[in-house]
Write a protein that binds this ligand. Structure first.
Ligand code: ADP
Length: 581
């Protein structure tokens, strides 16, 4: 699964810290100071035991005790400052990372979002970056401290007694072996735990987004059972991980303490022979325990970093991903007339490349012309509309606007020239006014209102007590399908585009709403080149031309009257679909 080697990944994780070099340097300073103070403590102990107690000098004892308190005060405040600098730098690093990751994600081509589940994308943004933050602010700091303590402790051990140091170091090989053996199994189990948890989250995600279906079938208990089942699987695995970790921690700490006992035993013999002082033995023991904990801390962190590298890989992969379609750059046409041409367009969705969706589509929309698309569901109508807005690039043929191929035009500019009203328009949580202003961010209040009037939306908006400031979405009012459509039409009016891509609602609106939407759409289409996915008879009758799409091909085209005069799909559709409705 790992495509990048660990050192490369670790270097990349460390490179994130570059922007916080100053804060981290200050943090490292306090870290070293704190570790230094920790190392001073056993020396003070030795001094008290050998010098102060030995000489039975009360003043010396007092001074040593005061000194020790000062050392601990310095040590604690250094630790606190170290913690503060590392954690705040970590927060800033992950905030920047999330920002960069979000900008990278949001500019990916539409096809990318067809291929990745929303849950997967958001988990990279939140969970994976969080793991990285912990690695940067927690683990790196602790690793540095443990490293400093291990090195300093070993140096002082050697200085106190080379022989006892060698004895102490005898525990290193078994600890390393245990770390490698247990570490690998812990890592593997961790990966399984994460996967099982993700699966449980998947179940919850599905249930919440489909809550209406769950409720309609009174399937709550069934879903609770399903969730419980997936949780149990995760719990089993994490119990396994706990058992491994416990065994690992217990055996390494036993090894450390056993070594300390051996040192105590041998040191005592040396002391009896007068080769070693009582204080030296005590401080030696404290140092050995310190080195042992520092070493086992380091191995722990190593395993942790290895676990974090899975997340790092996922984050960097997204961060580095170049969208296959740029979002800016290219030509802009002055005075766009609105001529649209599809020339021998062939298309398949990148997520299903071997299923042709459009085949050899030829189509010309004269400036200001209204072309209605009809045909059975799955025939390719929405896909054709999506190609005009350059949501995807065709695999064959060309789409042109005013004679220029879409690929050569600035996508940002192009999308400003296209107004679109979807079947189920997406409104963002926030005031109604902001939702209309999505069409043009710098529009004034009176422009927003004028657009709403043109879209037959002003009246229902004014009926809300808070008017245009009424919140929509999760914490605001729920709008009906017809109301949402009219807000979307107001957006398009505000944008004042040359080209329109419209998708009529299939779901039946009430007669009043339908009439208002229809009227607003007609007003919007006037003088603009329009491609409309039609579901209403009045729309196809009003269109300049009707295109019948079936199986990704244009099977009939002409105006309503001409098509009704022909034997064919169109007449059958009109009789079945529109007349019945
Ligand atoms: P219509 O609008 O006429 O109902 P569409 O253009 O939505 O038809 O769909 C045409 C075909 O493309 C269908 O077979 C559909 O399953 C497929 N399709 C639509 N959207 C996607 C997508 N995002 N990814 C893969 N296939 C898709």
């Amino acid at each position: 699964m790992s495509k990048v080697s660990s050192p490369v990944l670790l270097r990349r994780i460390l490179s994130l810290t570059r922007s916080e070099r100053r804060a981290l340097s200050v943090g490292i300073f306090f870290l070293l100071l704190g570790s230094g103070m920790t190392l001073v403590f056993p020396q003070a102990l030795r001094f008290i035991i050998d010098e102060a107690l030995g000489s039975r000098n009360q003043a010396l004892i007092d001074r040593a005790a005061l000194g020790m308190i000062a050392v601990f005060a310095l040590q604690s405040s250094s630790e606190a400052l170290r913690f503060y600098f590392f954690v705040s730098a970590g927060e800033r690093i992950v905030t920047r990372l999330r920002h960069d990751l979000f900008s990278s994600l949001v500019s990916q081509e539409v096809a990318f979002f067809d291929e990745h589940k929303t849950g997967e994308i958001t988990s990279r943004l939140t969970a994976d970056t969080q793991v990285l933050q912990n690695a940067v602010s927690g683990n790196i700091a602790t690793a540095l401290r443990s490293g400093a303590q291990a090195v300093g402790g070993l140096a002082l051990l050697l200085y106190t007694s080379p022989l006892l140091t060698l004895l102490m170091l005898a525990i290193v090989p078994p600890v390393v072996v245990a770390t490698v053996l247990f570490g690998r199994r812990i890592r593997q189990t961790s990966r399984k735990v994460q996967a099982a948890l993700a699966e449980a989250n998947g179940v919850a995600d599905e249930v919440f987004s489909g809550i209406r279906t769950v409720r309609a079938f009174a399937a709550e208990r069934h879903e609770v059972g399903r969730y419980q089942h997936s949780l149990e699987h995760a719990v089993e695995l994490s119990n396994e991980r706990s058992r491994l970790s416990t065994a690992y921690v217990a055996s390494t700490s036993f090894a450390g303490l056993a070594a300390a006992s051996v040192v105590l035993w041998y040191g005592s013999r040396l002391m009896l022979r007068g080769e070693f002082s009582m204080g030296s033995l005590t401080s030696f023991l404290v140092y050995s325990v310190m080195v042992a904990t520092a070493l086992s801390g380091l191995t722990d962190i190593w395993a942790d970093l290895m676990r974090a590298s899975g997340s790092a890989e996922r984050v960097f992969e997204m961060l580095d991903r170049q969208p296959s379609m740029p979002s800016t750059g290219g030509e802009r046409i002055r005075e766009l007339r609105g001529l649209v041409e599809f020339q021998a367009v062939r298309f398949a969705y990148p997520s299903r490349p071997d299923v042709p969706v459009l085949q050899e589509i030829d189509l010309v929309l004269q400036p200001g012309e209204v072309v209605a698309l009809v045909g059975p569901s799955g025939g390719g109508k929405s896909t054709l509309a999506a190609l005009l807005a350059r949501m995807y690039d065709p695999q064959g043929g060309r789409v042109l606007v005013d004679g220029k191929e879409l690929r050569t035009l600035d996508p940002e500019w192009l999308r400003q020239q296209i107004g679109s009203v979807a079947q189920e328009p997406m409104l963002f949580s926030g005031p109604i006014a902001d939702n209309i202003r999505y069409g043009r961010a710098d529009a004034t209040d009176s422009e927003v209102e004028a657009a709403a009037r043109a879209a037959n939306a002003h009246e229902f908006i004014s009926r809300f007590p808070e008017g245009y400031r009424t919140l929509v979405g999760e914490r605001g009012v729920q709008l009906s399908g017809g109301q949402k459509q009219r807000i979307a039409i107001a957006r398009a009016v505000l944008k004042n585009p040359r080209l329109l891509v419209l998708d009529e609602a299939t779901s039946a609106l009430d007669a009043e709403s339908e009439h208002l939407v229809q009227e607003a759409l007609e007003r919007l289409m006037k003088g603009r080149t329009t491609l409309i996915i039609a579901h209403r008879l009045s729309t196809v009758i009003g269109a300049d031309r009707v295109l019948v799409l079936e199986g990704g091909k244009v099977v009939q085209s002409g105006d309503h009257a001409a098509l009704m005069g022909q034997e064919g799909l169109y007449r059958r559709l009109v009789e079945r679909q529109f007349v019945a409705a």
